[in-house]
Design a protein around this ligand. Structure first.
Ligand code: MEV
Length: 751
């Protein structure tokens, strides 16, 4: 039995809450898990032991690692969340329902009392957030605590940022305890209390602007308290960041954007508080000033069962929108994806750190193995399909494919995301019949035995039939002229969640003999067809013109160019081939990541593109009432069971990341990423041309190839782009210049 409780962030009211003033606290989506387990795993955390003692129960095990980043505590209230999770797990173990508000209040009371047993000075606001979730206004009342949930104004934007170094200010509380009666200290505390009341009032009035103003007042008061105590409570990074963002110093009064250190001390999180989100450029500038983006969202739920299955999955409400993701370190990206896709960090690390496959497993997979070949594993963000966010795992070696798809998916999001539908997962088993002397007679006999053939097909795949799949239909066709005496019988098999090659081949082999008997013919090939035109996916997006605009062109101009590009592909097979290659950039990367057979997908897609006898684009684009509408249709035989997934942990993890519950859902995702890739390519060609963006990214691998490492990769890449010389020689010259070496010496570095 496990329970989870969220961490917290203080907004206003730190310090003041200790004197009975209101604090605004947010529960955030990093969770401590408590598990009622065997004795030897019991936690030794004093607050958890105190909870167990108060409930006369065994001490649960605790996992608080999600509240840390790179081995460093973020100050998200892990001990409060641990106490709450522990109380939750014990009560749930005793049959209490954590979805019942009165039980959560009971958890709050127990955790509060236990927490005070070990930390008598705490306000309890962190315990309240962990127990109740959401945004909470908390104030002390006598020995107890008033905690009421409050709704944040819709216009309020908050983003968490992590200080790149640790800032411990917990000793400020000791200093405060001895000096609170001093005039200057009392004045600063009064200002913090005033900001706390202003914050409460603003939330109760639902005013984002007033809440931001209260945040600014809080930061000013905190800075002067720090000055008085001679301990900086607002880190210097905040002023530096304001400077680089071109914002007035907070001390000068009203501010549209507030950078607010969360909490009273011991925390390394700073909040961006404003009525707008930071732009990607601002996030980059903030990171340079020492404030790195940290993916945290409001957790709507307080303490809850961790093993609640579907309900919990829904609660996790995946988001595929993670601003500034590309600027994060690889580890921080992993954490962000783990949080968004509800993956376990350890599982994620283990599965993808080194490509996910070892030599001995590879050796059992194919023949003549001599090693393992790795490719980059990335994620395309921003994808929204039929109203749900989905993270797309991508395995691809080509620079700019992932960035382009993510960027295009963000544009599509502005029009509400993709709509998608998939056919049932039907694949044809083909039986070739030869020496058919009387074709008409053969057709009649096969048609008359339809039920018998379908039953025979089902009998060959009993496991599939048990999972709801099986043979659905049969079609006999004459091939060639009378001299060929050839027929084919296609038996259509519903493969459910399997890609289906093995199943369908088994069907073909099982029914071949009987079909030959019926047709008085000789049986030839018995194999699946990879042209799965009954297993198609159709996806569509409708993008407002504005979302397509570039620095130099209006959205309407870009949309026109894109439609013209679509027509070009519709009229010319040479262009259609490249157009479709761009689509397959996205499709294949998802297919590869999830361990599916990309050769089958490729073969099917291109055969489908040529189904009318001329090779055509799989996706087309048209302008409709100030929108550009894109539609893509292609066959996609993907599986979410069996095959590579059995042996490849990275493929299993990739699949889990998508959240796909059926093969059809996975196919819709791959197709949406394909349409994103196509949008990105067409938009680039209708505006700046493909090389500008492409070269920017390509330059990094060229810089590495020339021997640049660490920071030098970006510097050299930037330089060769500026010079328009994205070649290894150009990169060597740029590297030599950076290192102050003669131009030829870096050849040696690269070799
Ligand atoms: C490059 O990998 C793909 C493109 O050539 C696709 C296209 O031309 O549409 C950019």
């Amino acid at each position: 039995m496990s329970a989870r409780a969220p961490g917290k962030l203080f907004v206003t009211g730190a310090y003041a809450v200790l004197d009975g003033h209101p604090a605004v606290v947010l529960a955030v989506d990093r969770y401590v898990t408590a598990r009622v387990v065997e004795y030897e795993h019991a936690s030794t955390r004093p607050e958890v032991v105190a909870v167990a003692r108060r409930l006369d129960a065994d001490v649960p095990a605790i996992d608080a690692s999600p509240l840390e980043e790179r081995g460093r505590k973020l100050g998200l209230g892990s001990s409060a969340a641990a106490a709450v999770a522990a109380a939750g797990a014990i009560l749930a173990f005793r049959g209490e329902d954590l979805d019942d508000a009165s039980v959560r209040r009971q958890v709050l009371d127990i955790a509060l009392a236990a927490h005070r047993d070990v930390q008598p000075r705490g306000s309890g606001a962190d315990v309240a957030a962990a127990a109740l979730g959401g945004a909470v206004i908390v104030r002390k009342s006598g020995e107890g605590l008033d905690a009421s949930p409050v709704t944040l104004p819709p216009r309020l934007c908050w983003h968490a940022l992590a200080l790149s170094r640790s800032m411990r200010t917990s000793d400020a509380l000791d200093a405060l305890a001895t000096r609170s009666s001093e005039r200057e200290v009392a004045r600063a505390l009064a200002a913090i209390a005033e900001a706390a009341h202003a914050g409460e009032d603003a939330l109760q009035r639902g005013s984002a602007e007033e809440f931001v103003a209260a945040g600014a007042a809080h930061v000013r008061a905190l800075a002067s308290l720090g000055q008085t105590l001679d301990r900086p409570l607002a880190p210097p990074e905040l002023d530096r960041a304001r400077q680089v963002l071109g914002l007035r110093p907070i001390a000068e009064g009203a501010a549209d954007v507030v950078l607010l250190p969360s909490g009273a001390g011991g925390g390394d999180v700073v909040l961006w508080l404003a009525t707008r989100a930071p732009s990607d450029d601002e996030l980059v500038a903030l990171a340079k000033a020492g404030l790195e983006p940290l993916r945290l969202s409001l957790s709507s739920r307080g303490v809850h069962r961790a093993d609640a299955g579907d309900a919990e999955r829904k609660e996790m409400a995946r988001t595929s929108r993670i601003p500034g993701f590309f600027k994060l370190s690889v580890e921080a990206r992993r954490r962000a994806i783990a949080e968004s896709a509800d993956l376990n960090m350890h599982e994620l690390d283990a599965a993808i750190s080194h490509g996910g496959l070892d030599v001995s497993t590879s050796d059992k997979t194919i023949e003549n193995v001599i090693g393992v070949y790795a490719l980059p594993f990335a994620t395309t963000l921003n994808v929204r399909i039929n109203g749900h966010d989905v993270i797309a795992p991508m395995v691809v070696e080509e620079p700019s494919v992932v960035a382009a798809a993510s960027n295009a998916a963000r544009i599509v999001r502005e029009g509400g995301g993709f709509t998608a539908e998939a056919d049932e997962p039907i694949v044809a088993a083909q039986v070739q019949l030869l020496e058919v002397h009387d074709v008409e007679d053969a057709h009649r006999a096969i048609e008359a035995a339809r039920a018998e053939i379908l039953a025979k097909a089902d009998a060959a795949v009993p496991g599939l039939v048990a999972r709801g799949g099986g043979a659905r239909d049969l079609r006999a066709r004459t091939l060639g002229g009378p001299e060929d005496q050839m027929m084919v019988v296609d038996v259509f098999v519903d493969c459910r969640d399997a890609m289906g090659a093995n199943l369908v081949n088994s069907v073909a082999e099982a029914i071949g003999g009987r079909l030959a008997e019926l047709a008085h013919a000789r049986v030839g090939f018995r194999i699946l067809s990879n042209l799965c035109d009954r297993r198609c996916v159709r996806v569509r997006c409708r993008v407002p013109f504005e979302a397509l605009a570039t620095d130099d062109m209006s959205g309407a101009q870009v949309a026109r160019g894109m439609e013209e590009g679509s027509r070009f592909a519709e009229l010319d097979s040479y262009r259609a081939t490249t157009h479709n290659k761009g689509i397959m950039n996205g499709v294949d990367a998802v297919v590869m990541a999830t361990g599916n057979d990309w050769r089958a997908v490729e073969a099917g897609a291109h055969a489908f593109a040529a189904r009318d006898g001329r090779y055509k684009p799989l996706a087309t684009w048209r302008r409709e009432q100030n929108h550009l509408v894109g539609s893509l249709e292609l066959p996609l035989a993907l599986g979410i069971v069996g095959g590579t997934l059995r042996i490849h942990p990275a493929a299993r993890l990739a699949l889990k990341m998508t959240g796909a519950r059926t093969a059809m859902e996975l196919a819709m995702l791959a197709a949406c990423v394909g349409l994103s890739s196509n949008l990105a390519a067409l938009r680039a060609m209708a505006s700046d041309g493909i090389q500008r963006g492409h070269m920017g990214l390509h330059a990094r691998s060229v810089a590495s190839a020339a021997g640049a490492t660490g920071d030098l990769v970006e510097k050299v890449a930037k330089r060769i782009c500026e010079l328009g010389d994205v070649t290894v020689d150009g990169a060597r010259r740029a590297l030599a210049a950076e290192l102050d070496l003669p131009p030829t010496s870096t050849t040696v570095l690269a070799e």
